[in-house]
Design a binder for this molecule. Sequence first.
Ligand SMILES: Cc1cc2nc3c(=O)[nH]c(=O)nc-3n(C[C@H](O)[C@H](O)[C@H](O)COP(=O)(O)OP(=O)(O)OC[C@H]3O[C@@H](n4cnc5c(N)ncnc54)[C@H](O)[C@@H]3O)c2cc1C
Length: 399
Amino acid sequence: MAAGNHTESTGSSSTALFDVAVIGAGLIGLATALELAGAGLRVVAFDRQQAMHEASWAAAGMLAANDPGNPPAILELSRYSLALYPEFLARIHALTGREIPLRTRQTLEGMPAGHTLPPGTAARPLTEPELQQLAPGLVPGGLPFVSLDEQSLDPCDLTEAVPAAARAAGIDLREHTPVQRMAREAGHYRIFFASPEGESSLLARHVLLATGAWTAPLPDGLAPALPPPVSPRKGQLVALELEGPVQSECVLRVPGLYIVPRGNGQYVVGATLEDAGFDQSTSEALLADLERRAAALWPPLAHARRAAAWAGLRPQSVDSLPVIGHFEGRFEGHFESPLGAGHDSPEAAHNLWVAMGHFRNGILQAPGTARILRDLILGRTPAVSLEPFRSGRFALAAV
Ligand SMILES: Cc1cc2nc3c(=O)[nH]c(=O)nc-3n(C[C@H](O)[C@H](O)[C@H](O)COP(=O)(O)OP(=O)(O)OC[C@H]3O[C@@H](n4cnc5c(N)ncnc54)[C@H](O)[C@@H]3O)c2cc1C
């Protein structure tokens, strides 16, 4: 596809015209915008607030493709995305000069009876002395532990670098600019957004909805007729700071708890899993419980100082799998959205794409999701089967 014209004449006025409008500038939206810009497309990306300041900022940052707690259906996507990570980080570096360091390279996973690692996982059972060498003082609590070659990064390192990379790549990134509605117009989408001057609009051939946990309450006209059922699942985290010689460079993970070293004496402990709507406050009782359980697993943390605490909203679909690909809304003859009020044919949903619902693995799965969307929008076959992630699975289930 050739890059879009920069303006299009619509009667007396001219309107900016983009190849792709990305709605939602979290990691999923911006990673995809970077892929599309890299393919020569003209891209605009919107965020209703500062880019990269929702779930993509709040995450623990584990690239946990082989976490035994993951649903098997995401394994292929997770490994595909993991393999693209070095390229993704190198692109950010090339565009901005910023290195995104990997904070850990090894995870010690406690394996309760019945838990199995995904096939093909490189894991090594650890003896008690090995465990104590890697995490001095760890209390295995009767669990066998294995060592995984797993990496993590600090999402805070991405919060400025990724928007900077987007701008350097020529993406028109519009922060504090909520998209309010869309309408279909002459084969394009007209995107209406709030601006200091009131409501403004522009045109795009393709639209990607990457609105994370904010998908369901999208304003009128933006939500598809049957929006993918993605809702917020709150997670609280606490960062503990440890002084002294006893340290660990490994992620420590057991069901329901993880401790992620950042490499500077700080350890991120998470996370709660709550249905609390869009509330992002922290609760002292739940944070204290996280701290207590972390110190039970790794007692040196009993002497740590709380450096920070925060909450974020994971986007979770009803089956906990992401929603990626062409939007397959169930439009029956007359439909009102996502194309705004109108009478159009079902084909009009062409060029409307979704990438949301990455739940606990959106940091991991961003480069892979972005590459898949790029391939779809360019009319190529993606390298990963999208069958489990089709938006149409919900509509079909509802029939
Ligand atoms: C506590 C916690 C721990 C986590 N740990 C990990 C981990 O270790 N590893 C991992 O891989 N993943 C982890 N995750 C999951 C990961 O953070 C998410 O899956 C991922 O960030 C989702 O990215 P996103 O871009 O879809 O959503 P978000 O980052 O939430 O971005 C969506 C964006 O859309 C914008 N938006 C919404 N509506 C509109 C609109 N109408 N107009 C304009 N903009 C709009 C929002 O402002 C927001 O910035 C964790 C999440 C949490 C909360």
